[in-house]
Unconditional design. Sequence first.
Length: 122
Amino acid sequence: QLARQYGAQIVDVRIRHADLPEGSPLDSALNRMKTARQQEAATIRAQGEKNAQIIRAEADANAARIYADAFNKDPDFYDFYRAMQSYRYTFTQDSAQSGETQIILSPSDDYLRQFTGRGRPR
């Protein structure tokens, strides 16, 4: 009212500084804010983990579909490729740890069929 008498109009009021009381009211307010931020961060992390699991599942399904398509196009090559991966894993895992690998198998064993030229079992 007083400002209008002088031809002025109050447009905005802002608080530049607030002195909060020391002790428990301030501490409890800060603790509530901290807890709220921690809960918000946990929610965001959980959502991110959920999204990551969905992406991984979609990628695994896509990889399985690609492998299945490859297997159907050339089953002999797919068997050969998988056998080579298995040999690499078998013969390098132990050798990296103990220094040498020994495997004793019969030459007619199915595990070595790629080396004997037998290919896929029919």
